[in-house]
Design a protein around this ligand. Structure first.
Ligand SMILES: NC(=O)c1ccc[n+]([C@@H]2O[C@H](COP(=O)([O-])OP(=O)(O)OC[C@H]3O[C@@H](n4cnc5c(N)ncnc54)[C@H](O)[C@@H]3O)[C@@H](O)[C@H]2O)c1
Length: 261
């Protein structure tokens, strides 16, 4: 018996941590409903999961659009018979200060990074209640605790995710639904690659930037998406039955210190 046999899991984001989580849950026996805006990544995920023998419905969804999230939940429930797990990993990472960030960008960050978690909960929780409970994991960030400069919209969304996680946890604890968040430090993924390239342009030495980012983490390296996926899988599993309303850092010690040597 595998840890997710018979479970149905919706995952947003089809690259990076979302992809690694879908792989991990599928390897554990879950049927996967994946929602992503990147059609090439969706196709690659679909091909990989199907060739591994997993049951997967990978759909092109903008997770900030209510009707698209509603339809994806409905299609997944129709195909697999219910919903037990939601992992919210989709996000955008705009750069800017309050004066350089325009209102559309601000609103888009709120809609994609936070609004999507409300939407998957709004449409997904009634389905979980029908199954007698479930688990939700939201991917936040260390930037919800202590942030860098020039990421006002992104960092604000990550703090909001911590609060939304607690709020959902309290409201649905007695319905058997556990809600937690994870807060990664730097993790090898397309978002981090963009950050690495952003500093020096498209010809940047990404691996050198990763080594520099890694040096900022007490453990001396950046993390891997699979490491985050394992933590998410634990929180989604029955082994985490007493865990709800909490955030779990996975940051190589980054936020343990005050960063002054
Ligand atoms: N990689 C890191 O260093 C790091 C650190 C802390 C937190 N995080 C968080 O981890 C999560 C996953 O990021 P990642 O590192 O895997 O990077 P990623 O860029 O691979 O993942 C983000 C995914 O969200 C998708 N997405 C963006 N807008 C969307 C939309 N409107 N609708 C549907 N999908 C959309 C992207 O296509 C992408 O697949 C994000 O919430 C990110 O903020 C990442």
């Amino acid at each position: 018996m595998k840890d997710f046999d018979g479970k149905i899991a919706l995952v947003t984001g089809t690259t990076g941590i979302g992809l690694a989580t879908a792989r991990r849950l599928a390897a554990g026996g879950a049927a996967i409903i994946a929602c992503g805006i990147d059609r090439a990544a969706n196709a690659a995920m679909r091909a990989e999961l199907e060739s591994s023998g997993a049951e997967a419905l990978v759909t092109a969804v903008d997770v900030s659009v209510p009707d698209q999230v509603r339809d994806a939940v409905a299609a997944g429930v129709e195909r697999f018979g219910g919903l037990d797990v939601i992992v919210n990993s989709a996000a955008i990472h705009p750069y800017g200060t309050a004066t350089s960030t325009d209102f559309d960008t601000w609103n888009q960050a709120m809609s994609v990074n936070v609004g999507s978690i409300y939407l998957t909960a709004h449409f997904g929780i009634p389905e979980m209640i029908r199954r007698g409970g479930g688990a939700i994991v939201n991917v936040a960030s260390v930037q919800g605790f202590a942030c860098q400069q020039n990421v006002v919209a992104y960092a604000t969304t990550k703090g909001a995710i911590h609060t939304l996680t607690r709020s959902l946890a309290l409201d649905y604890a007695r319905s058997g639904i556990r809600v937690n968040s994870v807060s990664p430090g730097s993790i090898r993924s397309p978002i981090l690659e963009k950050a690495a390239r952003g500093e020096n342009g498209t010809d940047a030495d990404v691996e050198a930037a990763y080594r520099r980012f890694g040096e900022a983490h007490p453990i001396g390296r950046i993390g891997e998406p699979e490491e985050v996926a394992d933590l998410i899988a634990f929180l989604c599993s029955s082994k985490a039955g007493f865990c709800t309303g909490a955030d779990y850092k996975i940051d190589g010690g980054l936020t343990a210190g005050i960063g002054v040597k």
